[in-house]
Structures are given as structure tokens and as C-alpha cells.
Design a protein around this ligand. Sequence first.
Ligand code: FAD
Length: 737
Amino acid sequence: MVRAAGRGVVSVLTCYSVTHDVTSSQHSRAVRPARRLPRRGTRLHPRRRLAAYDAHRGRAPGRRVADDDLPQLGRHADAARRPDDPRVVRGRDPGGRRRGHQPAPGRAAGRRGGEHHPDAARQRAVRAHRRARRRVDPALPALAPRPLPGAHPRHHRRGDPGRSGHRRRPRGQPRRHRPGTGPRGARLRAVRAHHGRRPGRGRRARRRAAPPARGRTAAVSAPDRAPRITPGLAGAPDEVDVVVIGLGVTGAGVALDAVTRGLSVLAIDAHDLAFGTSRWSSKLVHGGLRYLANGQVGVAHESAVERGILMEVTAPHLTHAMPMLVPLNSSVTPVQGGLTRAGLVAGDLLRRGARTAAETLPKPRRLSRTEALAMAPSLRPEGLRGGLLSWDGQLEDDARLVTTIARTAAARGAHVRTRARVLSATGTSVELRDELTGGVTTVSARAVVNATGVWAGDLVEEVTLRPSRGTHLVLRAESVPGLQVSVFAPVPGESNRFVLVLPQPDGTVYVGLTDEPAEGEIPDVPEPTEPEIGFLLDVVSAAFARPLHRDDVVGAYAGLRPLIDSADGSTADLSRKHAVLTSRTGVVTVVGGKLTTYRRMAEDAVDAAVAHAGLEATPCLTRRLPLLGAADRSVLAGLESDPRLVRRFGTDAELVLSNAREVTGLSDEELLAPAAEHLPVTLAELVFAITHEGAADVDDLLDRRTRVGLVPVDRLLVAPLAARALELVEKSLPSCR
Ligand SMILES: Cc1cc2nc3c(=O)[nH]c(=O)nc-3n(C[C@H](O)[C@H](O)[C@H](O)COP(=O)(O)OP(=O)(O)OC[C@H]3O[C@@H](n4cnc5c(N)ncnc54)[C@H](O)[C@@H]3O)c2cc1C
């Protein structure tokens, strides 16, 4: 549920009780040792702690503002788009081409002549980094697609030093001393809002981070699209530079960041890619308006910058501009309407400050009553005066973003393994269980990053988290007919509280979200409760002409946000800003944040790991690194491949189809046929999920590589096609299964 946070505002400095460094002695006093519970049994604190948290935030108990929910309704209007403006049509990108930036003809994305020379590559990486540091938020040109596999020779041959998974310390030689390990080196460090400065780039970090090693080239090595995401641990390296635990958006981002800095990486998940919170989001790419309203200019700016990077550089193929409508009806007073308009203007200033093009995210504007009803014909017409239209980013799908990041990391040389659970971790090793065989093994690492989200406290006792649940409903498009925009449905009787109605690219509509304390052991898959479902239905029914009923709900899902206990006994909502914490044993934990800011979280975590372990690594490159399949929107619009595959795989759409042809021998017609009339999932993408994305069973295919599983009846319909895909791959490529 969205609550505007203009009230109870606390100062920027007091908003984050975790934004401090404490010494190890302070640490032991300040952070209560957590009770060890069985696996995934977590250190949950009693409900009364929430009241303390709320008091700290200056709010009534239980009235916390969740930051994965929406832009604070800031407000404005004036831009001049017409109701028939094509950009208003959901799911179409606005054709955004970056101002003045055109990829040079014939210049492939991210790679130019001479890049295959190791030193030249490294120097370019360093130059790029320096440029990025000079221009805090550069307008980033979207890059043209990379060539298909085989177009570039690999940079590393087997045995190259620095190659991912390669043992860089000869066997038998003593390990280097790792500064900061052991009790004396322990520290708890969380990231501040940095107001344009890059945390981890301070004097201390610069002093400790080693310069890039000569001849290390993995940072700019050509992507290898061969499948490297595999279930289980067979053939995994037993010594790497960095072990990343958890393959949600954060862990996948850390793996990509680390491998592109030239570090060898093993990234693992106990279940599957995007198994945790990362698949239960609202699928929005937030611009940070809410934080601006709270006075948190740095956090707001960071969100807006990361939104721009995601939409214009890293994943234009997986994101699009989403129009959002605030209906001005009888529950919104003229004063509230005016405030909302002012907020939307501020949101647009954020966009401009982040140098995101208006072609990517158009300016907000006011709508007449007729225009509002044209975009959302099912709105309740009584008392409707008009509407306010603004734009934010929307993901094609959150789990697809995670899968694409993980695949990009794997293509750059990271070992990405699912079905591998970390049983225990220190800063220099992890004990792993292969969930397929039950075998337990130990992997040595020079740095260990814990990116296990709400489960982070299971592995690092200094981290004490308490989750809160956010629930969404899934409706069919017919339940809110003709809806072309997302709608903020005001909560009746409350000012500045909203529920969002979000049309999705697959023809469903999500309604969310709630913010309820989740007591007890953290479940693998959180469940929405009936009161939450009833609440969401009631709010939407009040705003729309046709009341919604329980029968309209074809699916529902819930995700958990982490609240972190802090040194002074208070808590902080990490959905607002992430934290990076280094434990006594040297495990770097990165927790909180948003899908939108995953890249920045990964950068901060790898900076911390590099500094802590004294690793030799190039500077972060991901700000300018397109994910696999990414391309300028004009390039994507010109692709002739199947439109669904382009939306989900970008320039790799053709690779997805040719791979399926090769593996199955079936015709394009059969490979691209929708699974059912209203279910556009294709056999081609299911086959690709198995051969290239580590999908191991029907659940992986239906719940994470596609999202059919969000609607149980659809799941039943598509399950046979998923089983068929697994059989076809098994027959043709037994090693993939
Ligand atoms: C309801 C809700 C809506 C949201 N909506 C948005 C939104 O619209 N936009 C946005 O930007 N952000 C949103 N967010 C925030 C965003 O979803 C999260 O910040 C993000 O997904 C967290 O990702 P993560 O990788 O840190 O954690 P997770 O996705 O939870 O990943 C943790 C992974 O660690 C694995 N793991 C756990 N223990 C172990 C172990 N011992 N060994 C190996 N692996 C392990 C798990 O299997 C899991 O895959 C939302 C959050 C919630 C709760």
C-alpha cells in the first residue's frame, strides 16, 4: 500500500540509524548477538519492537511507510501530451533515443577495435571509470547490441592467470594476510546516503584497494554465451576470489560486478535464481520521489540515477516507461491535488537531475476528466474531476531481470550455481551442500559476500533482521476493462494513502501492496493473508465503477522486506536504503535496497570486499555495461524476431529461437506457438531456460523463468509444455539436465 510520507518527516541525518561505522568494541555492545536458530530459522523480534521502530521514525505504531511502494504522490501537471499520445499505451516504450547520442555506425556495443589486447582493455576500463567518476551522473549513451556467440575470440584461454575460477595462489604457498579478519578487525559499516559522492571511494577505501593488476583482462572480456548457470556443484571450483551467496537481484548484481572487475567468482543459491524476494516485487523501476519528499535528497537522486542507468544502458529491453494516473475524485481534495501536482514536478526534476531523457520518461501533466476516463474507462465517473499523469519505469518481469544479470555474469566467466546451499560462512571460506546430491564441500575464497536478503541473519550472527510482508493480487485484465495506465487508488477516508493498480505486459493486472509485520520463522515462500486480500479489493472497488470480488482474484503473492536492528536498539527500513556490513569474520553482507538500485548495491558490496580482502581488481564497470540482449530502443524496435522474445531477451531473441531449433529439431511455428490462447509462453523460451539459464525442473520454468505460476490455473495449463521442454532437452543434450 502506498502512503505518502510527507508527514512525520524526520531529518535526513536521523532517518538511517544504521548509517554509521562502529568499532569492534562498540559493535559487540551495540549489536545484540543473535540467537542461533535452525536453518532459515531467523532472529525475529517480538512485535513490540516495531513500535520502537515507529517511534524512532516519528510515526504511530504500525504506520510504517514502505519504500518499495510508490512515489510519494508528489504533484503537478502541465505537460502537453494528448490522450491519443502513443506513449500512453501501456507496454510500448516511448521510442526513446538518447539526446544527441547515436551509436556510431558499425560500432558494436561496448567493444571496439583493439580491445582484445589485455593491457589496452584494462587501460580503457580504468579510463572509463575515471570518466564516470568525473561526471557523477553522466548521460549514458545506450549501446548497440553485441554480436552473437563466436563473433569475438575469447580473451582467456584455459590456464590464464586471472581467468574466472583459476587458482591464482599456487598450491602450497602460504595465504596472504587478510587485513581486518578476526575479532579485532570486525566492523559494522552501513552505507550513507552519499549525495553524489561514491561511498567506498573515500580516502580509506582508496588507500586499501589495490591497484588493478597488470595483464588482468576479465573486466572487459568478451561475453561467452555458452550456458554456465548450472544446478548443483559438480565441477565447481574449490577456490575463488569471491564467493557470492544468494542469487536474487543483489547477489546476481554482485557476481556481475565482481567478475567484470577481473575477479574469479562462484555465485550460488540454495534454490534457484530469483527464488526469494526478487520475484515478489511490484516490478517497478522507482525514481525516488518518495525519498525526496522525506528530505532524503541523496537517496532520491541515487534512485533516479539508477533508474536511468537501468532503462537507458543496462536493460532497455527489460524495462519500459509506465504511465501512472492519480484520479482526482471526491476523495482527493483540491489542496491534496495541488500537493500531488507539486510532487510530480519535483519527480520530473529528479529525472532531469539524473540526466534521464524525456524520451525515456516523459514529463507529467494534468488530464481532463475525458482524458482520464479514456485511459482508465473503468474508473468510477461520479465525482471525477480529471487526473494527474506521470511516468515511472516498469520491468518486463523482476525474475527475468535477475536471470539476465546472472546470465551476463556467467557469460563473463562467473560460475553460477543453483541448488547449492551455504551451511556456514566466514570471510575466507564457505561450507556448501549440493542440494542435488547431498554432498558437503568447502570452498576457499579471498572474500565472501552474503546477499541472502531476508535470510542474511542465518549466516552472519551480527545481522539481525525482522521482515515485513507486502502482498499483491493478480487479476485478469477483464476485471478492470480498458485500463491503459497504472492507477493510484486512494484509500477511502485517508489522505495520501494509495493502492496501486498495475497492468502487466502479460495481460494480467497486479494490485498492491500491503505492509504487515511478518512474525515467526521466515518461510521460503511467504503467503498473503485473507485480510490483506480483502483490504486491497475494498480499496480498488471504491475507485472503480465495477466492484471487485474475491472471484476476480486469480492469484496473489507476497514478499518480505527486511528491517534491520541497529546499534542503538532501534530499527531501520532497509527498503529505503541498503546497508553493507562487514562481520567479525570478514563476511560482507549487503542487504535491503530495491531492484532499481541493485547495481549500486553490488558496486558498494564489491568495493567493501575488495577493500577488506586487499583484492586486486579494476574499478567498477557496470554503470556502462549493457546486460545480454540490451540495445538502444530504436535497435530493439527494428528487430524482426518474435515480439515476445524481443521483449524478454532483446537482441538475443534470435539466439533463443535458433537454440530451440537446434536442440529440438521442431519448426518455428511449433516453437513460437503460445502455450494457450491467453498464455503467450513459448516452447522456445522454455528450452532456452533449460539450456542457458539453469532451469532444472517445471517449477523453475513456471515460477521463475516465466511467471505463469502466479496464476495457479494457468500453471496447470502450461505445466505439460514445461515438462515437454525438459524431455526434449534431456533427449538432445543430457548434460544440460
Ligand atoms: C512486496 C515488495 C515489493 C517490492 N517492489 C519493488 C519494486 O517495485 N521495485 C523495486 O525496485 N524494488 C522493489 N522491492 C524491493 C526488492 O524486491 C528487493 O529489495 C530485492 O528483491 C531484494 O533482493 P535480494 O537479492 O537482496 O534478496 P532475495 O531476492 O530475497 O535473494 C536472496 C537469495 O538468497 C538465497 N539464499 C538464502 N539463504 C541462502 C543460503 N544459505 N545459501 C544459498 N542461498 C541462499 C535465497 O534462495 C534467495 O534467492 C519490493 C520488495 C517487496 C518486499
